[in-house]
Design a binder for this molecule. Sequence first.
Ligand SMILES: Cc1ncc(COP(=O)(O)O)c(C=O)c1O
Length: 334
Amino acid sequence: MQGYVPGEQPRGGSVVKLNTNENPYPPAPGVIAAVAACASADLRLYPDPAATLLREAAARRYGFTPAHVLVGNGSDDLLTMVMRTMVGLDDVVAYPEPTYSLYDTLVTIQEGRSLTIPFPPDFTLPPALADAEAQVLMICNPNSPSGTFTPVAVIEELARERDGLVVVDEAYVDFAPASALPLIARYQNVLVLRTFSKSFSLAGMRIGLAFGAPALIAELAKVKDSYNVSRIAIAAGVAALEDYAWMERNVARIVTTRGRLSDGLRTRGYEVLPSAANFVLARRRDQDQAPVHAALRERGILVRHFATPRLADALRISVGTDAEIDQLLAALPR
Ligand SMILES: Cc1ncc(COP(=O)(O)O)c(C=O)c1O
């Protein structure tokens, strides 16, 4: 949902697409081969509703059992399952803001209530979250759109002190220094969400993973669409995990380019928050960036602008290839 901005889909020609945090590099060759191998008469058959092969592969890779893992049609699908399971009329979901806008949409669909606590300017986690009266706490880490990272120890303290569910949305964690996955073994109330859309270069395939205590995973599975992940996506996910080194190589390149992008933006007068993701948030204090966003768009360069009071003077820019970042920097006003 976040990716859909009317009028901002590329219409062919050479578009530099830095608005939805996709990976500029292709998926691993083994993934493309696995997808091609799926193009057979077997497509007449339904996929495994439990996505067993992918859950087994994920369990092996991350050191859990398949009962700790649920597969989603992207992590958006997993977020939907969380909200459907946990949130009813007037139930409260707390999270710091600004963050991933889908949380609010999904809470509203459930007729629940969002309790939002503003991030301070440095985007450290607001201490008031610890006492928020809410059934569910959402923490996007690294956070979008800020790119900032909360140390896992801070999240662990929240999980220890709170009874309710703590959901850690780790869509961007492969670009960050640490993951909350180890908490799963120690806390029954922690759920960690991952996606293959960013670090694994598979946004078009729609694969997400949830990790949690088996009892929690079993509850979420009750609201899952039966065949939520296709045969092709299951095969692609297994192959992606088998070539983990490919993903890590691309992440390393993106992290290097992220440094160049941040430095280049600072040289051009932007404040850039330290990013642990594959995008950066660049701000020119009190200067609305809507005209800059529009001017870039005229030149075929798509970045993200949020027309909200807190973010109007900022642009969120995905880390593309070095050549794409050079084009962006050259097109920005000095
Ligand atoms: C914070 C966050 N969570 C989840 C998602 C959804 O990812 P997926 O493509 O796996 O549905 C995104 C996508 O941009 C995101 O930014």
